[in-house]
Ligand binder design. Structure first.
Ligand SMILES: NC(=O)c1ccc[n+]([C@@H]2O[C@H](COP(=O)([O-])OP(=O)(O)OC[C@H]3O[C@@H](n4cnc5c(N)ncnc54)[C@H](OP(=O)(O)O)[C@@H]3O)[C@@H](O)[C@H]2O)c1
Length: 313
């Protein structure tokens, strides 16, 4: 096993932003482990990306119970990297996980019940070889479970010491407003909202969620900031064999319409005219929106991560 010592200059170039009105600073660029860290992926490459991220000041790693594939395996990858490399730096890392989507069969492995959230976090901690996570999310709004039940589970998870902070992801506006006041009244104010925001999807702004978070002192972290790779040069000249669009089911070739390609090429030319890449410009656009704390990028190589970090220039 290759020994790892963190880069001593790791905090020199990253910028950190305060998460809402809380004590937590998060890096402007955070790393998500939805793709590229499962058991199907080459372990050494996953480990290299994680270590590269930390070496460049990316202190925040985002997971969910069902990231992989198979489900759970991204958390297992992190557990192994913690054991092999990152354990000495645990207190320099801010690690999140979530529950809310399908995870195990039967009625208790999905949605927003207390039963599911509590059991899922216990499983996640075991897979990641951690005593606690820094942040635990309700991964989605559940229209059938009383919001009070889901939110009380988040409160109790903090009281049990299994998470230091809680957040919500993909909740609609009114439910988010309710969540903020419910959690705050119980002295567990939500740290952050995780929503999809990028140049092709401005829903959190159109729906007023970003503005609500800002008013209420709750952070906002933008997931899929590069629209899964569309907002980079990846698809400007065809669909590469090793790309998410060629391999995965979440980004399909039919999404790449002629109209979209025209738009992407235009944005790419505008970015180049300013001496930047489309990826850098796309990340900058998000970071310039008032109320945004961090962009949560994915990467299938250290080279991609390196390119994305140039948005900090
Ligand atoms: N809360 C939620 O429900 C939710 C939903 C989705 C995601 N998330 C979180 O957000 C994180 C990021 O999501 P995402 O992976 O969709 O983010 P993204 O940053 O929009 O897309 C990442 C993908 O784009 C490609 N890419 C990245 N940088 C590139 C570059 N410089 N040049 C060319 N291609 C580049 C890579 O795909 P290739 O494989 O083609 O190389 C990479 O895997 C997830 O890991 C997860 O933590 C949360």
């Amino acid at each position: 096993m290759e020994h790892y010592t963190a880069n001593e200059n790791r905090y020199d170039s990253m910028k950190y932003r305060r998460t809402g009105r809380t004590g937590v600073l998060l890096p402007e660029v955070s790393l998500g482990m939805w793709h590229n860290f499962g058991a199907v992926d080459e372990y050494q490459r996953s480990r290299n990306i994680l270590c590269y991220a930390f070496d460049h000041g990316i202190t925040h790693l985002d997971l969910a119970n069902n990231y992989g594939p198979p489900y759970g395996s991204a958390e297992e990858t992190l557990g192994r990297v913690m054991d092999e490399a990152l354990r000495p730096y645990r207190d320099e890392l801010f690690i999140s996980t979530k529950a809310g989507y399908d995870m195990w069969p039967g009625p208790y492995g999905n949605w927003g019940s207390r039963k599911y959230l509590m059991a899922s976090l216990d499983q996640s901690l075991k897979r990641m070889h951690l005593d606690y996570v820094d942040l635990f999310y309700s991964h989605r709004y559940d229209p059938e479970t009383p919001l009070e039940e889901t939110l009380q589970a988040l409160v109790d998870i903090v009281r049990q010491g299994k998470a230091l902070y809680v957040g919500i992801s993909r909740w609609p506006l009114e439910a988010t407003r309710f969540a903020i006041s419910f959690l705050r009244e119980r002295d567990v104010p939500p740290l952050i909202y995780q929503g999809k925001l990028n140049m092709l999807n401005r829903e959190p702004i159109d729906e007023g969620i970003l503005q609500l978070c800002q008013q209420e002192g709750v952070g906002f972290i933008a997931f899929s900031p590069l629209a899964q790779g569309l907002l980079t040069d990846r698809y400007l000249n065809g669909i590469p064999d090793d790309s998410r669009m060629a391999k995965g089911k979440f980004l399909r070739p039919d999404m790449l319409t002629e109209e979209l390609l025209l738009q992407l090429r235009q944005w790419n030319a505008e970015a180049q005219a300013q001496g930047r890449t489309l990826a850098e410009q796309s990340l900058r656009w998000i970071l310039e929106q008032p109320g945004v704390t961090s962009v949560l990028v994915g990467a299938s190589s250290t080279e991609q991560l390196d390119k994305n970090l140039k948005c900090l220039r």
